[in-house]
Write a protein of this length. Sequence first.
Length: 468
Amino acid sequence: MSIVTRFAPSPTGHLHIGGARTAIFSWAYARKNGGKFVLRVEDTDQTRSDASMTQGILDSMAWLGLDYDGEAVYQSQRFDAHNAAVDKMLETGHAYYCTCTPDEVEAMREKARAEGRKPKYDGCCREKGLGPCEGAVVRLKAPLMGTTVFEDLVKGHIAVDNAELDDMILRRSDGTPTYNLAVVVDDHDMGITHVIRGDDHVNNTPKQVLIYQALGWDVPKFAHVPMILGPDKKKLSKRHGATSVMEYQKDGYLPEALVNYLVRLGWSHGDQEIFTKDELFEVFDIVNLGTSPSVLSPEKLNWLNQHYIKESSVERLVGLLPEFLEEAGASNVDTSLLAKIIPELQARAVTLKDMAEKALFFFVDAFPIDEKPTNKLLKQDHAVIDERLNDLAEIFGDIDDFDKESLEGAFHRYMDKHSLKFKDLGAPVRLSLSGQGGGIGLFDMMELLGKDKVVTRLKGWKATLIKE
RNA sequence: GUCCCCAUCGUCUAGCCUGGUCCAGGACACCUGCCUUUCACGCAGGCGACAGGGGUUCAAAUCCCCUUGGGGACGCCA
């Protein structure tokens, strides 16, 4: 049997990392088994969906590299198929018209709740034999007794008493299909064999199984992936910081780092932490999905991101970084200079944004100053610092071959002559040139900065380091 | 409230199905040391968990039950 999986986002918001993760699982599972991975946009809620959101989701998937097979299916264009299924159930007696108003149904739910039962529609119109009329909905005539069961590929055997289930609405009074109906019809028509989705759909599954049965269709296999929780162990939401794929992109994460992080969240393959796309397609399997919810760890994502930054080619980073440098305040970035800086920063930056901030002083003269090391330095006698930095400015100004060997030689001669330790001289030089307490090799930095900037910044150290 | 699900280091997890090789392995974070002109990287160590209680068994992280804790769902949303 050829496997077909799907990702079915509703365009009511950005692509969430939870959604992205189930998409990754579905994608990897299909690829690993030589099957197909298809995309269906669930845009049936006209009031909450719009085209820009759909485009955002498509963009995020493209950025992550989640390629789907064939054309995207839009659920809003499949109303005819949905309605045909409802009509079929009406004909076979598996569905009926109901004229209860929303208020009346709400009252039934209140009553059930008050009696300690699960809130649900009480089946008022079930046996009335009503025909189509203004304001009527179509409900599923669900079995009153028995149990609905399914074998979840992640959770195993799940059974729910039919008494817990509702005669759910299949078609609204305005003639549009409801979610559970549309999902079943679409998954069936699209030939989906494995429905991989979030845990929040476990409770929908028995309802959907009932629809499959009413329609006489084969039920696909289900795999419900545990949720992603915020650090407070609550369902992930905006207040947990970055939750949309787009935000991670803006924050300077590499797509392969996010994919690698997300795929390892709730899934594992022995002790392996790093997975290339090809390795995933080699080893991914649903049986290795975990059963309990997982908490997001920004630190681990950072570690992976740094790993992938180290692995990246300089050319690639040269292409990506200008955007972040400009965001940080630079303009007209010299890419040939950038190409020389990047190798020095790959092991020192966690994100592209971080790298841009660390490189900014090469491109602008008004760069930010690290408070802590600066304050420490300024506790020393300013006159002494001034004398030394001006001496060095003179000495460096006279160097014709402004390369790191010459600079290092001159620096050490001055250091020895005045019996100074490296850090005594290195710290003020570094701070006045870069505003940072650490970073790339001091002499590499000076060579890359060039004589003019080095001399100017050494002489102007007071203006840059002393505030107010 | 009702139903469904879950429970190994702070976090992600291996092990659980097919009990003994586990006084529980790996990774992130944290700490120490080494390397080093700084900061990183890298390397070597360290800290750190089977939620609790009952069973079953010669033997339980692994099987069963209860308790507790956590998550999700109960819409003419998806």
